[in-house]
Design a protein around this ligand. Structure first.
Ligand code: OGA
Ligand code: MN
Length: 358
């Protein structure tokens, strides 16, 4: 599903595609080349805002048409949509502490081998990317042993052919760069788009590669997912997280309309958690021709898709990285320590989504 462009193979003009285009980031054609390019204004008046829905529900019990309150003994209000059974929205489900924890994990531990990332096919497994980016290191490709440069395999990575990549200090990389390919770690971090936890998803065959080495999903994440999944689980059953995909979005990055149809049991929910910059999520119907509903996803929001909602197209056409719309001030304050500078810099212009499946 994460092909070059998941939405590219449908005839250009489905209802879903039209709405994606409506919200996608485009820049104004400014006449002066000196002026910083400005994002095109979009009309956000039709985007469902579960934060304000939740606030007015708490005040006076009122709900907009089509939105329902789900009664289920959870410690905060959960909403659903009348015409999308199986879809649940829990605004502000995660505390600031939880958000910080999972942002840190998503950047430091989750992309570590044997977990796979989008970089695997080109570079092989990469260890300690986040630290390398923080230290200004550069990834350098060198030919194997024939130049006698390095014969210690444990300190480097290999993508299985005759090349290997290693992080070097910038000045060393500069001299090596005359003969070798180089790429700054910060660029690789910026281009990190996904990592997978637990059972590894094989994107080329579009299935779960049960035989690939993998770690179990961390216990704390399992516990959190179980707690969050409860409203969408049949009574008496417990959610068992087996696989998770972490998506990383920078400004302008999108997730095209798609279905998550690789899991055996569609009665189990997908638990989807948002961190960092605010985004627009589109929930369509079972066909790309169905007009999707747009809603904001903020840091700390949790969405559940179970039952019929699992058969609905969905995607993320937009993230907001400008100060006013990103809505990450509380997070920025939490990352204001000098030691956390790298997390702050990353999250200011990024969104992270962890979605967990059984
Ligand atoms: C996915 C997905 C939604 C999001 O990864 O399959 O639908 O909010 N993500 O990023
Ligand atoms: Mn999905």
């Amino acid at each position: 599903m994460y092909g070059s462009d998941r939405a590219g193979d449908d005839a250009e003009r489905t209802a879903f595609r039209k709405t994606e285009k409506k919200y996608k980031l485009y820049y104004e054609n400014s006449k002066s080349t000196k002026k910083k390019k400005q994002p095109k204004q979009v009309d956000l008046s039709e985007v469902l805002d579960f934060k304000s829905i939740s606030e007015s529900f708490n005040q006076n019990g009122e709900l907009p048409p089509g939105v329902v309150h789900v009664n289920c003994g959870f410690d905060r209000p959960i909403f659903g949509l009348e015409n999308r059974p199986g879809f649940y929205f829990i605004p502000g489900a995660l505390t600031l502490d939880e958000q910080c924890t999972w942002i840190r994990e998503s950047l430091t531990n989750f992309p570590q081998p044997p977990n796979r990332t989008n970089h695997n096919v080109i570079y092989g497994p990469i260890s300690n990317l986040f630290v390398a980016a923080k230290e200004g290191k550069v990834f350098v490709e060198e030919e194997r042993s024939d130049n006698g440069l390095d014969s210690e395999p444990s300190a480097s990575v290999s993508n299985g052919d005759s090349h290997r990549w290693k992080f070097y200090e910038e000045d060393i990389a500069r001299s090596r760069g005359k003969t070798c390919k180089t790429v700054p770690a910060s660029v690789l971090l910026r281009k990190l788009r996904w990592s997978t936890l637990g059972l590894q998803f094989d994107w080329s065959n579009r299935n779960y590669a049960v035989s690939l080495p993998h770690n179990k999903i961390p216990n704390a994440l399992c516990r959190l997912a179980k707690r969050m999944a409860e409203p969408a689980m049949p009574i008496g059953e417990e959610f068992r997280p087996e696989a998770a995909i972490v998506n990383y979005f920078g400004s302008g990055d999108t997730l095209g309309g798609h279905l998550d149809d690789m899991e055996a049991d569609w009665s189990k929910p997908i638990v989807s958690m948002s961190f960092g910059c605010k985004a627009i999520f589109l929930l369509g119907g079972k066909s790309r021709q169905d007009e999707p509903l747009a809603m904001f996803l903020r840091s700390g929001d949790v969405v559940l898709m179970a039952g019929e909602a699992r058969e609905c197209f969905h995607g993320v056409p937009r993230i907001f990285t400008d100060e006013e719309n990103a809505e990450i001030t509380p997070l920025e304050l939490r990352f204001s320590d000098e030691d956390d500078r790298c997390f702050l810099d990353y999250i200011r212009t990024s969104r992270i989504n962890i979605n967990i499946r059984q």
